[in-house]
Design a protein around this ligand. Structure first.
Ligand code: HEM
Length: 440
């Protein structure tokens, strides 16, 4: 891969390297990341754990990748549809009881339930469920601790003493004990003793073969839940924020849905991702543009160089931590025409599945929200299906409108500001009104 470097680098790890990728070459073999997330000091064995060696990471990622493969996700389609239906029912109910709603927690519950049902054979009915609250708190906290600001010692090894001085390590340990160990140990134990099939049971059956211990499985489960729950919720939360200001975009999505229904004999059924996705090109573009315009994660997950690499006149030392900015890539005017403008039509010539586009050559990519290089998110297909299921249900019944102030003027959500949630970046809290559609 060719880089143009606009800031000097020296040979000492821990220095910040400002790389600007030129999308001109193929793969990034050498930048293969060694850690699941952070090859951290304070975080090791705590939040997003470094699994020790590459073989172990690959071994533990195997069942994860298997469970997230399109074939496997399709086996769970009833669960995905059920959770999307339940989400719509919950927000419809809330919308009836109050003028404006904030959908975030219900989005979290929806995506979390999908992961917990498949992995731990448990789901939660409501956002007030105390276990859901604890898991949501843990996911939130782990996103913060795993981010650059939350784990300064991992990113700047010279500053590891700061973590000790600020009692960060002790704080993390207490947090992980209270919110991860106690809660997840109970959930894992219930899953192992229950009758339902789930991922954690499979992992226990393969423990010897995979050389895993119970702690590995616990950490893996919590990483998996963290990776699959808030990411989708945040992406859909941006959807509500952005589309509440884009009536014209909603109208085109709704038109596509209505046209589909007519083509299918005015059926009461809902479109399904595998069978009908290709009949929704504009809706697909909207989903891609939302992920480009406001990426779920501004910096993705750090990678580390598994060996020293020389790029032009520069050296990236072995073990250097590489942090790339998805937000900057998405605002690159050489790659996206008028990147600051929200324009779903820019993708009309690239409506292929995001899981396919993510594996294309760099110049053929749609966006980089799921990562870049060789190692990218294995949950793309699941994410696409979940998002599709919510779109077709939401826009069959509602239009999203902004909150109004006392004088009746819309309160537009500031799309240029966001709440720093560590790894993910979500809009500042907002409310919207769901206006029921008049369906003929
Ligand atoms: C909109 C939704 C999602 C976004 C934006 C997203 C984004 C990302 C990104 C940027 C990475 C880092 C890739 C890298 O550079 O190494 C990642 C990794 C990962 N994601 Fe996702 N993700 C999403 C949904 C999901 C879902 C639903 C799952 C299912 C559990 C999932 C599971 C994972 C896992 C296990 C990893 C770690 C892979 C590894 O260590 O190689 N993600 N995701």
């Amino acid at each position: 891969m060719k880089f143009s470097l606009n800031k000097a680098v020296n040979r000492h790890p821990g220095h910040i390297i400002h790389l600007q990728l030129k999308f001109t070459v193929e793969t990034t073999k050498v930048l293969f990341s060694q850690a699941t997330a952070l090859n951290g000091n304070a975080n090791e064995k705590l939040v997003w754990r470094y699994y020790g060696d590459v073989r172990k990471i690959l071994t533990i990622l195997k069942p994860a990748t298997a469970v997230l493969s399109p074939k496997s996700v399709d086996r769970f389609s009833e669960i995905l549809e059920f959770e999307a239906d339940s989400f719509i029912e919950r927000i419809a109910q809330e919308n009836e009881n109050q003028t404006y709603i904030n959908p975030y927690e219900n989005l979290q519950l929806c995506s979390l339930n999908i992961i917990t049902t498949t992995c731990l054979a448990i789901r939660f009915d409501s956002i007030s469920d105390p276990i859901f609250q604890k898991i949501a708190r843990f996911v939130h906290g782990s996103m913060i601790y795993a981010s650059m600001a939350g784990d300064i010692g991992s990113f700047f090894p010279g500053l590891v003493w700061l973590d000790t001085v600020t009692r960060k390590q002790k704080e993390m340990e207490d947090f992980v004990h209270e919110y991860r160990d106690i809660v997840y140990e109970k959930l894992v134990s219930n899953a192992l003793n229950g009758d339902a099939e789930c991922l954690v049971k499979n992992l226990y059956q393969m423990m010897d073969e995979m050389n895993l211990d119970e702690d590995d499985i616990l950490v893996f489960m919590s990483d998996f839940i963290g990776a699959g729950a808030d990411t989708i919720a945040v992406s859909l939360y941006w959807t509500f924020a952005i589309l509440s200001q884009k009536t014209d975009v909603q109208d085109r999505v709704i038109q596509e849905l209505d046209d589909w229904r007519k083509r299918h004999g005015n059926t009461n059924e809902l479109p399904r991702f595998n069978e009908h996705r290709d009949e929704f090109p504009y809706t697909m573009c909207v989903q891609k543009e939302i992920m480009r315009f406001r990426p779920t994660t501004n910096f993705g997950i750090p990678h580390s160089a598994s060996e020293e690499i020389i790029v032009g006149n520069y050296v990236i030392p072995k073990d250097a931590i590489l942090v790339s900015s998805m937000a900057a890539m998405h605002m690159n005017p050489n790659f996206y025409d008028q990147p600051e403008v929200f324009n779903p039509d820019r993708f009309m010539s690239n409506t292929q599945r995001m899981s396919k586009a993510a594996n294309c050559k760099p110049l053929e990519r749609d966006h980089f929200g799921f990562g870049w290089g060789k190692r990218i998110c294995p949950g793309i297909h699941l994410a696409e299906v979940e998002i599709f299921n919510i779109y077709v249900r939401l826009f069959t019944r509602f239009k999203i409108e902004p909150e109004l102030d006392a004088s009746g003027a819309p309160i537009f959500i500031d799309l240029n500001d966001f709440e720093d949630y560590g790894i993910v970046a979500k809009p500042l809290p907002f409310k919207v009104r769901l206006v029921p559609r008049e369906v003929d």
